[in-house]
Design a protein around this ligand. Structure first.
Ligand code: FO1
Length: 327
């Protein structure tokens, strides 16, 4: 079975771990979000690609869900001693090596897709990991910073990098707009459209529908390829009981005018794209509303508390895909 998964960071990576275990023989292609990418200290950092690569390659810091296990921060401390920032983004020594190799290869002319493949040669994630695009796309967030306070703002409307919004400000101010800068001009990376065309099923893991899956879908051609592939497209709600399972998805959903409920996220994707949607059992009451929107819906446990629970979620998603196919 050929499965294509559109993945953000932690939620996508953990779901993939369950999916791999659920269907060990499947051929899984992961289209990774690169809108979270940021240039720091002259280096290209790709948080979502790395989170997938480290998680599936057993190198992730399990507690955090991002960054390397057994990490140290000497380099960051040395940079801080020179007064060189930013100090709000935690890059560890082991992680720095990945960014150095990536930046060196990009500088030598390799596209990000080839660099990612080279990095995966070491980590052996057991999936084919492709960035959504080789072109630069950067998610920016429009905010109004308060006059005083921890955000250190001036009362002005500003557009800041997604990581500054997420990590430095911890989404403490409303996101007024979310813009995937460069997405309109970006082309899908080599292999992306081919993998979608050859897929038996496309899955949206419980990743952020705006800044993760939404950014991937914003690359011209990807949404259309999925809608036209003629195979079941099944998603898992990242919202359980009207709140994000992890992260601050509600803040960016508000920016695009979508309420933070499992049903609203399904409607946001829409029946033109999505055939099936899994909601958590606590949201069983919305099944009817989602089905009325033309999307087949089931309520099952959606908390990735451990690998077994995640494996069950992956199986439910594939079972729903089969139901869609048979209908
Ligand atoms: N998330 C944080 O909350 N704080 C950090 O300092 C941080 C550093 C970081 C470094 C490398 C990396 O690959 C990811 C990192 N993340 C950090 C996670 C990341 O900012 C976001 O969770 C994702 O971009 C959202 O998918």
């Amino acid at each position: 079975m050929r499965i294509v998964v559109l993945a953000g960071g932690i939620g996508g990576a953990r779901f993939l771990r369950g999916l791999k275990r659920a269907v060990p023989d499947a051929d899984i292609t992961v289209i990774g979000n690169t809108g979270d990418d940021i240039h720091l200290f002259g280096l290209k950092v790709c948080p979502d690609l790395d989170t997938v690569m480290y998680t599936l390659g057993d190198g992730i810091n399990e507690e955090q869900g991002w960054g390397r296990a057994d990490e140290t921060f000497h380099l960051k401390e040395e940079l801080a001693a020179y007064g060189v920032g930013p100090d709000w983004f935690g890059l560890g020594d082991r992680d720095f090596a990945t960014h150095i190799v990536r930046t060196q290869m990009l500088g030598a002319g390799y596209p990000l897709s080839a660099v990612t493949e080279a990095l995966c040669d070491r980590w052996k994630p057991g999936v084919r990991l492709i960035p959504m695009s080789d072109d630069r796309v950067e998610t920016h967030v429009a905010v109004t910073l308060p006059d005083t306070g921890s955000a250190g703002g001036s009362g002005e409307r500003k557009v800041i990098h997604f990581q500054e919004y997420w990590v430095r400000l911890r989404a403490s101010v409303p996101a007024e707009a979310v813009v995937p800068v460069g997405a309109e001009q970006a082309k899908p990376a080599p292999g992306v459209l081919e993998a979608i065309a050859e897929a038996d099923v496309v899955l949206f893991p419980p990743s952020n529908p705006v800044v993760s899956v939404g950014t991937i879908l914003a690359v011209p051609g990807i949404r259309e390829a999925i809608a036209d592939a003629g195979v079941p497209v099944v998603g898992l709600s990242p919202i359980v009981g009207d709140a994000p399972v992890r992260g601050m998805a509600d803040k960016v959903l508000a920016a695009v005018g979508v309420e933070s409920t499992a049903a609203a996220v399904a409607e946001h994707y829409g029946s033109g794209l999505l055939d099936g949607w899994l909601v958590d059992t606590v949201d069983a009451a919305v099944v009817e509303r989602v089905e009325a929107a033309g999307i087949r819906c089931r309520a099952v446990p959606l908390m990735m508390t451990d690998l077994e629970a995640t494996v069950r979620m992956a199986r439910e998603a594939l079972a729903l895909a089969e139901e869609v196919r048979a209908s």
